[in-house]
Design a protein around this ligand. Structure first.
Ligand SMILES: [Zn+2]
Length: 210
């Protein structure tokens, strides 16, 4: 039974969480769930075919439920065309394996959606993690079928524009507990915390157990 509350963390000891790791550091532990990918801040401009082969092998592991962290960042990392081509390779793998993609998006919404469309991979489900954009950005991503994953810092109007069936929560690299993220989000949505937790866990379950 896949029971995930924290959709994206880098904490290797996290439970009820999707732990994002680089395939070169993938070391699966019992009872834990993972996503694997090359982060756009890392050395994506020097990845070899062997690295992508390793990604493919790890991505097929039974405890790997999603592909990522991948994505694009206009503020940091390699040249954008390189970021885009590495991102598309993650999308291709996700489509092959029928798994969603956890995407980092820093002021790169249009680049990400364009790269996916040009590669004709619009049917790959994207989870935009660490969602901090405004309501306009949220609506653009929601119209493109994305799920939005919120951490402890978020734009309230964007959160309020996110339907409960597209909502996910995460801790990413923060020290905040996922229960505290859920409390912040519940407060901003004026909903009981149990209701928020019900939605995020059922969304995670339906996304990851396809
Ligand atoms: Zn992250």
């Amino acid at each position: 039974m896949i029971d995930i509350l924290d959709f994206h963390t880098h904490r290797l000891d996290a439970t009820a969480a999707l732990i994002a790791v680089d395939p070169r550091r993938f070391d699966p532990q019992p009872g834990r769930w993972y996503s694997v990918g090359f982060h756009p801040w890392d050395d994506v401009d020097t990845l070899s075919d062997r690295d992508f082969e390793l990604l493919r092998q790890c991505a097929g592991h039974s405890q790997v439920l999603a592909i990522g962290e991948t994505g694009m960042d206009t503020r940091r990392g390699a040249a954008l065309d390189i970021q885009a081509s590495v991102f598309v390779r993650h999308l291709q793998l996700a489509q092959e394996l029928g798994k969603p993609v956890v995407a980092h998006n820093v002021r790169a919404t249009q680049y990400i959606l364009d790269a996916r469309r040009k590669a004709r991979l619009d049917d790959v489900t994207l989870v935009i993690h660490g969602m901090r954009g405004n309501a306009h950005v949220a609506c653009t991503l929601l119209d493109a079928g994305c799920y939005l994953s919120y951490g402890p810092r978020f734009n309230e109007e964007a959160l309020q524009a996110t339907p409960l069936d597209r909502l996910l929560l995460e801790t990413d690299d923060s020290e905040v507990a996922i229960a505290d993220v859920a409390a912040l989000v519940a407060h901003a949505l004026n909903l009981p915390i149990d209701e928020v937790i019900f939605h995020i866990s059922s969304n995670a379950h339906s996304l990851l157990s396809r």
